[in-house]
Design a protein around this ligand. Structure first.
Ligand SMILES: [Zn+2]
Length: 276
């Protein structure tokens, strides 16, 4: 797809996504800014990961370049490097955790002007660490996708040098972010998963602190891309402290980081307050 077409589609998609967060009284501009910050942090990290992996692969001998075990080890090495651990945690703490706080505070103020959002609240800290726990499974996905493409390349080559060349080509394409786990599309998917988790998690915490909220209603995102299990959950009402039944999972809110990734990745559902 042409670059400008992709940008236009991504922009329309972003608007739709931000609408879906459905923060009744939120300033859209602040929300947009936090979301964009998160997205650009994730994009930057994935780009760097892709480049570092390519550099590491190019340093291997031709023989090791076509050894799947060696390639798997290399991918793990890149991901477990301090640089990426630190950068991911920074992105979560500086972009997604504020989104949680902002969403929560906004809801709380809307429900009860006199209440003050607890800045150092334990729920926010717990939530931040839950988001951090998503990083390993995200890295696992990167590893699986990358290894599959590399193994395909190895299977396609007729001679040892041809196999090595194909591996280099796949790594280079991935590092350039044209497709695969280091691409902009992937970064957007990760950022959306985190944003949905943060915005809805924050809302729930704001409702808790209001002490007047009784329950919550699942609102599935409109459109054909919404999962069947999430469409089925539409309008489900549960008490505030009880999880929703979504597919086989129990989720406290859309994007609940404690849930299974098949129910949270790229979810755009939201939830509504039930007062009585
Ligand atoms: Zn959903």
């Amino acid at each position: 797809m042409c670059e400008s077409c992709w940008v236009l589609i991504a922009k329309a998609d972003d608007d739709e996504f931000l609408d879906s967060l459905d923060l009744n009284h939120a300033e859209r501009a602040v929300l947009n800014e936090l979301y964009k910050q998160g997205e650009s942090r994730v994009t930057e990290i994935l780009e760097l990961q892709g480049k570092e992996l390519l550099a590491a692969i190019l340093e291997l001998s031709e023989e090791l370049q076509v050894d799947p075990d060696e390639l798997a080890r290399l991918i793990e090495d890149v991901q477990s490097g301090e640089l990426f651990q630190v950068k991911f945690i920074e992105a979560i703490q500086e972009a997604f955790a504020p989104l949680f706080q902002y969403a929560g505070e906004t809801e709380l103020k809307a429900l009860d002007e006199s209440k003050v959002w607890a800045v150092e609240n334990t729920a926010a800290a717990r939530f931040t660490s839950q988001l951090e726990d998503l990083v390993p499974s995200m890295n696992d996905t990167t590893k699986d996708v990358m290894l599959r493409s590399l193994e395909r390349a190895i299977a396609e080559g007729a001679t040892p040098s041809e196999r090595a060349l194909l591996v280099q080509e796949v790594s280079r394409t991935a590092a350039e972010g044209e497709e695969g786990p280091f691409s902009m599309q992937r970064a957007q998917r990760v950022a959306r998963t985190f944003s949905t988790a943060a915005a809805n998690g924050g809302k729930l915490e704001g409702w808790r602190q209001s002490e007047i909220a009784k329950g919550k209603r699942w609102r599935s995102a409109a459109g054909t891309r919404t999962r069947k299990s999430h469409r089925k959950a539409n309008n489900q009402v549960v008490p505030l402290e009880k999880p929703f039944d979504v597919g086989d999972s129990k989720l406290m809110h859309p994007g609940d980081p404690a849930g299974e990734s098949k129910e949270i990745v790229n979810c755009r559902c939201s939830m509504q307050l039930v007062i009585d």
